[in-house]
Design a protein. Structure first.
Length: 246
């Protein structure tokens, strides 16, 4: 019995040491992965990287990690023409089946899903800010975006009729969708009315409707779906064969 107790104590101690070593190794790996991702994506701040699954060391020995979660704050994505940028407040991605090279210089995830949030103020930059003529003597421009409820955006438009600004801006509910995996489209469900002036639909939509391209997300992740939320638009993202490094 005494020998059995000693053996059990020895096994428990070894198990505890293995757990400690495993956690130290995963903490080190998370820091290294975060630094490499910061360099690869040219990020202003170090991202959060969390490696899931236990034990970590046996995953490393097999050359593949089951699950890695990545969080990036204030990510600046390309806005379509290469010169402009659009800020994503919070980009979260869950990478599955991450395989890496023997020298850890490259890593690729089989699949990735996640979310991204863009504030209304940031999205407003893409709408026409300068007054546009929508009818003889009538000019209008978008001055605000906000949550319209039920996944829609409320687009607020200010108008000037014969040089006089209308006392109250008008608003219209708009749908927001993703097209081509890299563009957010805002389209009014109806047309605003300005002091009873008869307006051509295409002229009004030149103001109320707009698109924002969002390109160059980490590892080639693409936009999937989008909906309006209290603080901005919430986008789901997805990808396959997502490159984390190398």
């Amino acid at each position: 019995m005494r020998a059995l107790r000693i053996l059990l104590i020895f096994v428990v101690i070894l198990g505890g040491l293995f757990v400690i070593a495993d956690r130290l190794a995963v903490n080190f790996a998370e820091g290294e992965a975060a630094d490499r991702l910061k360099t690869t994506e040219n990020l202003a701040a170090t991202p959060d990287v969390s490696i899931k699954g236990f034990p970590f060391l046996t995953q490393v020995a097999g050359g593949s990690l089951d699950d890695i979660e990545v969080g990036i704050k204030n990510y600046e994505a390309a806005a379509g023409n290469g010169a402009q940028k659009i800020r994503i407040d919070d980009l979260q991605a869950d990478m599955k089946g991450v395989e890496f090279s023997g020298d850890y210089s490259s890593a690729t995830a089989t699949s990735a899903t996640g979310t991204a949030t863009i504030s209304y103020d940031e999205l407003l930059k893409t709408a026409k800010s300068e007054p546009t003529q929508v009818a003889p003597g009538v000019k209008a421009n978008v001055v605000g975006l906000s949550d319209g409820g039920n996944g829609k955006i409320k687009v607020t438009v200010e108008a000037t009729v014969l040089g006089t600004k209308l006392p109250e801006p008008v608003s219209v509910l708009s749908t927001v969708t993703v097209i081509d995996g890299d563009t957010v489209r805002v389209k009014a469900e109806g047309l605003p009315e300005f002091a009873g002036v008869d307006l051509a639909e295409n002229r009004v939509r030149a103001v109320t409707d707009f698109e924002q391209k969002i390109d160059g997300l980490p590892g080639g992740i693409k936009l999937d779906k989008v909906q309006a939320a209290p603080n901005g638009v919430e986008i789901t993202v997805k990808g396959s064969d997502v490159r984390l490094a190398g």
